[in-house]
Design a protein around this ligand. Structure first.
Ligand code: G3P
Length: 223
């Protein structure tokens, strides 16, 4: 399994949109080749199509998708609406919380269309609970560290170890990612040393002056 670097672009402005977003995508494509890592980018909805067309290596995920069926559902996004544009979707996030039943439905719908599901959860116990729903990937991100620049690897390494332990106990064999505050190569190296298969990161890459340099630092730290 290749190490995974997943970037959630969120909705930083102007960083997550237009030419700035494409710059991040190009940087991810480059490091995917140079460091033999798997790269994922989750752009805002408005940028999905363009990102998918421009992507050479990087998988494009939606940041969210609703559990609804297509029809009279104003302002919501059914899986059917994006299934031909994306490789998968983030499912649930501290900033976009879903009920357990919605998480279950969305994973099933994505799977039905051959798409990946990356389910984010705040704690080891919740990561273990959602892994029973058999998503493609599980991520654990303590909300109190998100966007702080203080990484889960340094501030709460025990949560990474517990997540790996508890999720693997359920029989889940897919990749387990960790995130929140990941800012340096050292943070990435430590997360992988503690047993994660990759990282889920936002601000350190999206707001970096040079996203390519930041991503090189991350990928270069993986042994
Ligand atoms: O989904 C990734 C995210 O919540 C982590 O954000 O800015 O702490 O890397 P950040």
């Amino acid at each position: 399994m290749k190490p995974i670097i997943a970037v959630n672009a969120k909705a930083y402005y102007p960083h997550s949109f237009g030419s700035s977003l494409l710059k991040i995508l190009r940087a991810l494509d480059k490091i995917a080749i140079e460091y033999n890592v798997e790269t994922i980018l989750a752009p805002p909805f408005t940028e999905l199509k363009e990102a998918r067309l421009a992507s050479e290596r990087t998988k494009i995920y939606a940041q969210h998708v609703d559990e609804v069926d297509p029809g009279a559902v104003t302002g919501r996004i059914p899986v059917e609406g994006i299934k031909d544009i994306v490789h998968g979707s983030i499912v649930n996030h501290s900033e976009r919380q879903l009920t357990l039943s919605a998480i279950h439905q969305v994973i099933a719908k994505l799977k039905n269309y051959g798409l990946d599901s990356l389910v984010c959860t705040p704690r080891p116990e919740t990561a273990a609970a959602v892994s029973l729903l058999n998503p493609s990937m599980v991520a654990m991100e303590p909300p109190e560290l998100i966007g702080t620049g203080i990484s889960v690897s340094k501030a709460k390494p025990e949560l990474i170890t517990e997540t790996i332990e508890q999720v693997r106990k359920t029989g889940f064999t897919g990749p387990i990612l960790v995130g929140a505050g990941i800012s340096s190569g050292e943070d990435v190296r430590k997360a992988l040393e503690l047993g994660a298969q990759g990282v889920l990161v936002a601000s350190a890459v999206v707001k970096a002056k040079d996203p390519y340099e930041k991503l090189r630092e991350f990928a270069g730290a993986i042994k």
